[in-house]
Design a protein around this ligand. Structure first.
Ligand code: NAI
Length: 272
């Protein structure tokens, strides 16, 4: 226990069940001395196990649909009341594509579903930041982290519309990071995480095969949810106080590796 987040107040979105990346981040933030509120879409909370996490971490839950600006306003107001001051860190861990859920190929994307995906998974970050700024709810030097995936830079055919949506999410982090940085020194970064076995992750067609491929490429192997949580804790801490507007790869070296000997051996085993 290093108490890296001692005295800090946070808002953690997206903890659906024990596999959720946000679940691990909440556990680690608690271990490091933070106090925070948990939030998720009302419907997800009915299905999820969030009460168990709340109990374990001594947190309260504030339901909020991340597409709904009134819900988000209420979230910041209530979170400050409960925690007793401005918010020091915010985790955006929200992703959903109806096109992926319905297994619709990218080239045949349904545009209503596409727009829904944009609203839930990318614009929600803008809304969370804009409302926080209007309410002046985030403290000076506060840190906002959103989770993303490398399909924003390189094509992964099965990732369909979420690739475009993640590109937008990363762009919002940069653009807002400028404005919020100039005014309040609030920092905004995205963490580009390895494939991880969660509800959102495994909902993607071919996920398991791809998971193994990425694991065979990355020199360190796939980064798991727990190590992602550790990384996010450093970003919420003051140790990274000058890091902002970055897309930070947390992927065991996958994004810098063209091909690995392991994958070559799988393709051409006879050439040893
Ligand atoms: P998850 O399914 O546990 O979390 C997704 C969360 O989004 C759920 O808690 C869900 O209730 C919430 N959500 C959906 N619609 C919402 C709405 N309208 N309002 C508020 N919350 C809403 O899955 P995971 O993997 O932990 O996902 C978290 C983030 O990590 C997502 O942004 C995802 O794209 C990202 N990510 C996941 C990877 C993976 O392989 N699992 C890899 C890279 C990034």
């Amino acid at each position: 226990m290093n108490n890296l987040l001692k005295g800090k107040r946070g808002i953690i979105t997206g903890a659906l069940d024990k596999n959720s990346i946000a679940w691990k981040i909440a556990e680690k933030a608690h271990e490091q001395g933070a106090t925070f509120v948990l939030t998720n879409a009302p419907i997800a909370m009915r299905m999820g196990e969030i009460n168990e996490l709340a109990e374990k971490t001594g947190s309260q839950i504030i339901p909020a649909d991340a597409t709904n600006t009134e819900d988000l306003e209420n979230l910041y107001i209530k979170a400050q009341e409960i925690l007793g001051g401005k918010i020091d860190f915010v985790l955006h861990s929200i992703g959903m594509s109806v096109n992926i859920r319905k297994k619709i190929p990218y080239v045949d994307s349904n545009y209503d579903y596409f727009m829904k995906g944009v609203d839930v998974s990318a614009l929600s970050l803008h809304k969370m930041l804009s409302i926080a700024k209007h309410l002046d709810a985030i403290s000076e030097g506060g840190s906002v982290v959103a989770l993303t995936y490398m399909a924003a830079q390189r094509t992964y055919p099965f990732y369909t519309d979420m690739a475009d949506i993640k590109a937008m999410l990363e762009s919002i982090a940069r653009s807002f990071g400028y404005h919020y940085g100039v005014e309040k020194k609030v920092r905004i970064n995205t963490v580009s995480q390895s494939p991880t076995k969660t509800t959102a992750g495994t909902g993607i067609k071919g996920f398991n095969d791809f998971y193994d491929y990425a694991d065979a490429i990355a020199p360190l192997g796939n980064a798991d949810a727990e190590s992602c949580a550790d990384y996010c804790i450093t970003l919420f801490s003051d140790l990274t106080r000058m890091v902002t507007m970055q897309n930070l790869f947390h992927d065991g070296g996958y994004s810098s590796t063209g091909v690995s000997a392991k994958v070559m051996d799988m393709l051409y085993p006879e050439q040893e």
